[in-house]
Ligand binder design. Structure first.
Ligand SMILES: [Zn+2]
Length: 164
């Protein structure tokens, strides 16, 4: 029985063992999202995203719900969020002497309770944002790599509408 649990555990970790899939998990921590929103936030080709979602679904990391034409994805169990937060916390500690990580965590823990992704307008907390960048001294937080990339490509446009 023990070995069976280890096998199941390693299968689950295998399903999670991809930066994009971890990003999807992180993205879904606050809300249920449709495939098209996830796609926009990650800036991934549809086929590529579908594959990642399938792996996560087969591992029962995410659950789906159909509403009309849309399929909504959510995290199947809050323990996945807890586990990923714990690992993230540990990684930040382990890499605390890395100057890049230092800057990142400093921005992540700025005392802003809730902010808005300037690209997709999702409400996010700085602690759990996937990306952060500073512009003119103001931090901007992003739900995922897609929004961060779009922001970098078109700063002027998003700066005009951003809440600071
Ligand atoms: Zn976003």
């Amino acid at each position: 029985m023990y070995s069976e649990v280890f096998t199941l555990h390693s299968k689950l970790l295998k399903a999670l063992s991809n930066p994009k899939r971890l990003e999807i998990l992180h993205l879904l921590r606050n809300s249920e999202l449709t495939v098209s929103s996830i796609q926009k936030m990650l800036y991934l080709p549809q086929g590529n995203l579908s594959q990642h979602l399938m792996v996560l679904r087969e591992a029962h990391v995410v659950a789906t719900r159909r509403k009309g034409r849309e399929i909504y994805y959510k995290i199947a169990h809050t323990n996945f969020i807890k586990a990923s937060d714990l690992i993230r916390e540990l990684l930040i500690k382990q890499h605390k002497d890395n100057p890049q990580m230092k800057e990142l965590t400093r921005n992540m823990t700025d005392l802003v309770p809730l902010t808005q992704d300037p690209v997709c307008k999702m409400r996010i907390s700085p602690k759990t944002a996937s990306f952060v960048t500073k512009l003119n001294g103001n931090p901007f937080y992003f739900c995922a790599s897609g929004c961060y990339k779009k922001f970098k490509e078109n700063k002027e446009k998003y700066l005009k509408t951003a809440q600071i």
